[in-house]
Design a protein around this ligand. Structure first.
Ligand code: GLY
Length: 343
């Protein structure tokens, strides 16, 4: 078992928290809850049908299920959840425990951030994507008809338990999605993540994310590097009407970002080959841009990305490592896209 600290040392308050990574760490939930200050009176488990992971604690527990599917990542779900919290009489003296994938922890986290202006939340992510991304760093939220994750809050969990045993029953598609997000971490530092076993690799991804979040909790700059591969990925998700899942789209977006960085003279062809080796080789993920829209359509969607505040924004590899690059020349992006779509 490994422990990673997400260090959030505020001026007035230490909001740092521990992430436990290993097999069977779900059994530590009761201890983790007892260690919270102040100790909670009751536990509100938020989960989904079909997750198949039950948690037990010595606290009085309430169980709330949210719907399965992106359409339930909505304000209506938050309203319903908060109403059910109120019916159960939950207060700030209680704790929410999110048990599930990224959608569950995003929704549970946002409900916790909003209900009574904020009650503590502990996450028990049950997917790889949840463990290395969604459950860490305090981004919570839901979608609007106008786009994904457009309403939310930064609300850091009090603890996160990443039990690798929960991954045993994940459908192949969920594994692919987790690997797409994990591939990203191979390029954020100089680490050889491929040399690590699963526990060490997950813990290292958490550690990398923790360091980035600690340096820029509210994404005023550097935290955007966690969106490496995401600019094209978001466009592919929308253009395919979400037939391409997030992690699948990220794998394609990573290789595209490498090709774009090469075209911009930021990296050489060896570095592009490293991207192909990790994404296509190590993880066996898709690297080609699928024909879910023309280059012009994908470009238009990238301009609508909520991070594209000052023109077309990409996170790109380069001599200083991976960094956000604002105002990338649209003609060059279009050219690289057209090339990718015609190969
Ligand atoms: N998923 C990217 C972030 O947490 O900033």
């Amino acid at each position: 078992m490994r422990r990673v600290t997400v260090p959030l040392l505020g001026v007035s308050q230490d909001r740092s928290y521990e992430v436990a990574v290993g097999r069977g760490v779900i059994d530590q939930l009761d201890d983790v809850l007892h260690e919270l200050q102040p100790a909670p009176r009751r536990v509100a488990v938020v989960t989904q049908p079909g997750i198949g992971i039950e948690v037990s604690t010595s606290f009085p527990m309430h169980r709330f299920e949210i719907g399965v599917g992106e359409q339930f990542k909505s304000m209506a779900t938050i309203q319903e959840l908060c109403e059910r919290f109120a019916e159960a009489g939950l207060t700030r003296g209680d704790v929410v425990v999110g048990v599930g994938g990224g959608m569950v922890t995003d929704v549970a986290g946002f409900a916790a951030a909003s209900y009574h202006r904020g009650i503590p939340v502990v996450h028990v992510p049950t997917t790889l994507l949840g463990m290395i991304d969604a459950a860490i760093g305090g981004k919570t939220g839901v979608n609007l008809p106008h786009g994904k994750n457009l309403v939310g809050a930064f609300w850091q969990p009090s603890a996160v338990l990443c039990d690798l045993d929960t991954l045993a029953t994940l459908p192949d598609r969920e594994v692919r999605c987790g690997n797409g997000e994990m591939a990203k971490y191979h390029f954020l530092t100089g680490d050889d993540l491929a040399a690590l076993d699963l526990e060490a690799r997950v813990a290292r991804c958490v550690e990398i994310k923790a360091e980035v979040v600690a340096s820029d909790e509210r994404e005023s700059g550097r935290r955007a590097i966690l969106n490496y591969g995401h600019t094209l990925a978001h466009a592919l998700e929308i253009a395919s009407d979400h037939q391409i899942a997030h992690g699948e789209a990220v794998s394609i977006g990573l290789v595209f970002a490498a090709r774009l960085a090469e075209r911009l003279g930021r990296i050489n062809s060896d570095r592009v080959a490293q991207h192909l080796d990790v994404v296509g080789g190590l993880y066996g993920l898709e690297t080609d841009v699928p024909h879910v829209g023309s280059a012009d359509e994908l470009l238009a969607l990238m301009f609508r990305d909520k991070k594209a505040i000052d023109g077309l924004t990409f996170v790109l590899d380069g001599p200083n490592g991976v960094e956000p690059v604002v105002g990338v020349d649209a003609a060059i992006v279009l050219d690289v896209l057209n090339e990718a779509l015609s190969s």
